[in-house]
Design a protein around this ligand. Structure first.
Ligand code: GLN
Length: 191
């Protein structure tokens, strides 16, 4: 059966692990290139993108992850993970870089102090079933979706919070903490 890696440098690794295991997936925490080589897909968790970026360089994972993206490995990034998958990051700090792969521009910490964390019902026509209820925790917004990518989810006011391109899925929110498993199912369906 396909094995899904979870980038385990920093962030909410365990929550993703629980969702994936509940769906019957075989999971592996990825901290080294040797572990990346053993997985068929990768989840990049929420957390702090500046830290995930730094640690990915320290652990020698940045270039192998970029190569895996170029090679078409399916990936799901939530919140900081979306930032890591975006081609362009606005309000990046400390020379932070993303892995890239999604033809999209994201703005970090886009929702402002007073609404740093909130829940909302999303518009997501590609997701079958009940409305998607999403938890936002200092999340990024997707300001621009380029021609190679498509919108997967939006807030009712039209702000884009989910994007997809080939096997890559990037979400501004945290399905892994709200019992929402349809995005993980979508990742598994690509395998
Ligand atoms: N603000 C964080 C960042 O810029 C993302 C927050 C999150 O992943 N919940 O990386």
């Amino acid at each position: 059966s396909p094995r899904v890696g979870i980038l385990a440098l920093q962030g909410d690794v365990r929550e993703h692990e629980h969702v994936l295991q509940a769906l019957g997936a075989d999971t592996l925490r990825v901290r080294r290139p040797e572990e990346l080589a053993q997985v068929d897909a990768l989840v990049i968790p929420g957390g702090e993108s500046t830290v995930i970026d730094k640690l990915s360089r320290t652990f020698g994972l940045r270039d192998p992850i970029r190569a895996a993206i170029a090679d078409g490995m399916p990936m799901l990034g939530t919140c900081a993970g979306l930032i890591m998958l975006a081609d362009t990051v606005i309000d990046a700090i400390d020379g932070q870089e993303s892995f890239g792969g999604l033809d999209a521009v994201v703005r970090r910490n886009a929702f402002g102090r007073q609404v740093e964390s909130f829940e909302a019902e999303l518009v997501a026509p590609g997701i079958d079933g009940d409305a998607v209820r999403a938890a936002f925790i200092r999340g990024p917004v997707i300001e621009t979706v380029g021609g190679s990518a498509s919108v997967l989810a939006s807030l009712p006011d039209g702000r884009i919070v989910g994007v997809e391109q080939g096997g890559l899925i990037g979400l501004s929110f945290h399905p892994e903490i709200s019992g929402e498993d349809r995005f993980h199912r979508r990742l598994l369906a690509a395998l």
